[in-house]
Write a protein that binds this ligand. Structure first.
Ligand code: FMN
Length: 225
């Protein structure tokens, strides 16, 4: 098998799976993933990612603290978020993704309590034994730095897949940035972009039967030959 094929397989095998086995990932394997991810490119090579990986009792305490913050309506995102600004094709893709996901979970459109419960699984790391929390300094307007962190995150995710693991990026974890900073002792100048729950995927879980559609190359790339 050529290395190009291998790369294509890894890219296509990576999916956001939302159900994990409780089995912890050996520390050496987690370190191997971080060793891959640190080679990501960044503007002027500033490598602005500041990653906190939680496992075991810390992971459990953080999950509890986020659930409690959510119950007390103490959401503190560092960056604005909302579906309201989505229009046109972006709105179409977002609604298609949500519809397919909830259909897989057999949760009806008007079953608000069940939908809310499914959303709260985010704060339980979807059952994953580990979470990587991605912080960054807000240099300039933050956009360039966030792009760098995105580069890091995709390298991290692809490395997980290449090692037989799986991860799901989660903006929703960033809604509890203050709670996370307090619990982990992170300086307020470090802003949270998103997190990644990761571990061994439970491939038998209903949640993981769902696959997203991707736009064709022609819809997203213009070739100027
Ligand atoms: C930066 C980022 C943040 C995301 N935040 C969440 C989230 O909070 N909760 C969630 O369930 N999925 C989240 N996702 C996963 C997306 O829904 C998923 O990537 C998208 O539907 C495409 O599916 P795929 O990852 O399986 O290709 C996020 C993805 C990215 C890249």
């Amino acid at each position: 098998m050529s290395s190009a094929k291998l790369f294509g397989d890894v890219v296509r095998d990576r999916r956001s799976l939302r159900n994990f086995l409780p089995t912890p990932v050996p520390e050496s394997l987690i370190r191997a993933v971080t060793e891959d991810a640190r080679h990501a490119p960044s503007n002027a090579n500033i490598q602005p990612w500041n990653v906190h990986i939680v496992s075991g009792a810390t992971r459990d305490a953080l999950s509890e603290a986020m659930l409690s913050a959510e119950a007390g309506q103490r959401t503190t995102p560092d960056f604005p978020w909302g579906y309201d600004e989505l229009t046109g094709v972006y709105r179409d893709r977002q609604t298609a993704q949500a519809a397919a996901y909830f259909q897989t979970l057999e949760i009806a459109r008007d079953a608000h309590d069940l939908r809310q419960r499914a959303m709260l699984r985010n704060l339980e790391f979807f059952g994953a034994p580990h979470g990587a929390l991605l912080f960054m300094p807000t240099l300039y307007d933050g956009v360039r730095v966030a792009a760098d962190v995105g580069m890091y995150a995709q390298t991290f995710l692809l490395s997980l897949t290449a090692h037989g693991l799986s991860g799901v990026p989660q903006t929703m974890l960033g809604f509890y940035a203050d709670t996370i900073r307090d619990l982990l002792g992170i300086h307020p100048s470090q802003k949270m972009l998103f997190g990644i729950s990761f571990g061994y995927p439970d491939l038998d879980a209903t949640t993981n039967r769902y696959r997203t559609e991707k736009a064709s190359v022609d819809e997203t790339v213009t070739f100027h030959w």
